[in-house]
Design a protein around this ligand. Structure first.
Ligand code: GAP
Length: 493
């Protein structure tokens, strides 16, 4: 398996993803996406929207502000509790996440422990500064939200939102009424979130600005049916139960129905999302054995949640949470009702109720890191490394290459490009270097098809279509290119 560092190197040399403000030596925890990276990111987000939003007529998308007033984040608990425990080295002054240091050294989760308890564990286990071996100071907490001043005269505090979810909760009432919805109803949002992470690391896996794709699925807790569950009930997922984590950590392969019947899953809504996510991530080229759901242990589960299931991807450095699935109950709506003094309950056939919520929360950058790693092919035979992205998220569907620039071949190629663009395809043009070099450049950024315009094209309007994965070439008539490429997008060619 390649490493994320290998992938990061390619991303840098091909301008796919690179440090923000690179000419000023960058700033830790921030990355910019270049043209290829942006195209992959947008296609990935569109595919997510098709799968989790547009395929349901009772899930609505919103686009909220990234800055939220303090009151919202006070009500949600972030102002008081969205903190990380940190410890500073007495000698070199470097700052470390205390819980991570302890987990690395002892293998034990210490989420939810107080500063005093963590200081005690550090002392007991002789944990020292990983940089210089110096002694660590006592633990204190560090606020993860980035603060800003909203008004020109000062005094109105705002924060860059740490999750997209809070706009959804504050919008719930308006969206429920204006869409004339009934429960169950979902509100989805894709957008940037910000966390002042103490130690950003692993390329785009832990950064300070990232995008989330979240759905808050509101339902009546007195009605445990889930109209979508039957369509996925037999889907098998990899699951690491709480029991297994206390013994050998092995994952089981189980249908979501079986997991629900055994009461591992708190409701069918969670089951529905786990099944959909497992299928979605496999279709992005991530092998099944590198995907698992981990049922969070009671001590790690947030106090408001009645069950958290993290979808984890296996990276070269270990398993990493990429989607958090949480049964957030009515915790958020209740808190906003109290702090904003508004009624957010709704009337159903069973009477008045504060809806409960199941939340799948996807990290865009972290998923893209997993996609890049698992689609990276180290290919000695071909002579260059390449990405085997599924066509629907590839940056371009095809490259168009005139064999030579002269004799009208470049003009013919440009005409074909124009037609394909009019049909809505993302197409890449390259006329420089040998055709072999152009195939290599196209493979290196994962373009599924290379279309070559040669002298026969001028005679009979056929082109050569080379398949990135098999390198096989076929002749396709120019007028059939659209249907051919649509087949590629559907995974048929
Ligand atoms: N609304 C729930 C929520 O935000 P979370 O587990 O804190 O839950 C959800 O975050 C997802 O967001 C994570 O699974 C991860 O993919 C992504 N994420 C969180 N912090 C991140 C960071 N610092 N860098 C990149 N992605 C991050």
């Amino acid at each position: 398996m390649a490493t994320l560092q290998d992938v990061q190197n390619v991303c840098l040399t091909r301008g796919i993803i690179y440090p923000t403000a690179e000419i000023y030596s960058g700033v830790s925890g921030f990355f910019d996406f270049g043209p290829v990276g942006t195209s992959i990111k947008h296609k990935f987000i569109d595919y997510w929207k098709e799968t989790f939003v547009k395929s349901h007529d009772n899930v609505f998308e919103i686009d909220g502000s990234t800055i939220l007033p303090e009151k919202v984040l006070k009500a949600s608990g972030h102002v008081d509790s969205f903190v990380d425990p940190i410890s500073q080295c007495k000698k070199c002054k470097s700052i470390h996440r205390a819980d991570h240091l302890i987990e690395e050294k002892t293998g034990k989760f210490v989420e939810g422990k107080s500063c005093e308890e963590l200081t005690e564990i550090i002392k007991k286990n002789n944990i020292i500064c990983p940089n210089c071996g110096g002694e660590l100071m006592g633990i204190r907490v560090f606020q993860l939200m980035l603060k800003t001043d909203i008004s020109p005269t000062g005094g109105q505090i705002g924060y860059l939102r740490p999750e997209t979810a809070q706009n959804i909760f504050t919008s719930f009432n308006r969206i429920y009424r204006t869409t004339r919805s009934k429960l169950p109803m979902g509100i989805a949002q894709v957008g940037h979130s910000f966390r002042n992470e103490i130690s950003p690391r692993n390329f785009i896996v832990r950064v300070r600005e990232f995008s989330q794709m979240e759905v808050e699925m509101f339902f009546d807790p007195r009605d445990d049916s889930c109209e979508w569950f039957d369509e996925v009930k037999d889907v098998k997922i990899n699951l690491v139960t709480r029991e297994a984590q206390q013994k050998n950590g092995k994952m089981i392969n189980t249908s979501v129905k079986e997991a629900f019947d055994k009461k591992i899953l708190p409701n069918k809504w969670i089951g529905y999302f786990l099944a959909k996510e497992f299928h979605f991530y496999k279709s992005l080229g991530i092998p099944e054995d590198c995907l698992r759901f981990r049922h969070m242990l009671p001590e790690e589960t947030p106090h408001y949640s009645k069950g958290n299931f993290d979808l984890e991807i296996k990276f070269d450095f270990g398993w990493k949470e990429t989607v958090g699935n949480s049964y957030r109950t009515d915790h958020d709506l209740k808190n906003h009702m109290k702090h904003a003094n508004v009624d957010l309950s709704v009337i159903t056939n069973n009477g008045k109720v504060i809806p409960h919520v199941v939340e799948p929360s996807f990290g865009v950058e972290r998923t893209i890191a997993g996609i890049l790693l698992h689609n990276f092919v180290e290919d000695k035979e071909r002579g260059w490394n390449w990405f085997k992205f599924p066509a629907k998220i590839a940056p371009y569907i095809c490259g168009v290459f005139p064999l030579v620039k002269k004799d009208g071949l470049a003009e013919k190629a440009k005409g074909i490009i124009e037609d394909l663009k009019k049909e809505g395809f993302d197409v890449f043009y390259d006329e420089s270097g040998s055709i072999g070099k152009r195939y290599a450049r196209s493979d290196e950024i994962g373009i599924p098809i290379a279309v070559t315009i040669d002298y026969d094209t001028l005679k009979d309007d056929t082109v050569t279509a080379r398949n990135r994965d098999s390198t096989k070439q076929i002749r396709v008539h120019e007028k059939d290119l659209r249907i051919f490429l649509e087949g590629v997008l559907r995974g048929l060619e």
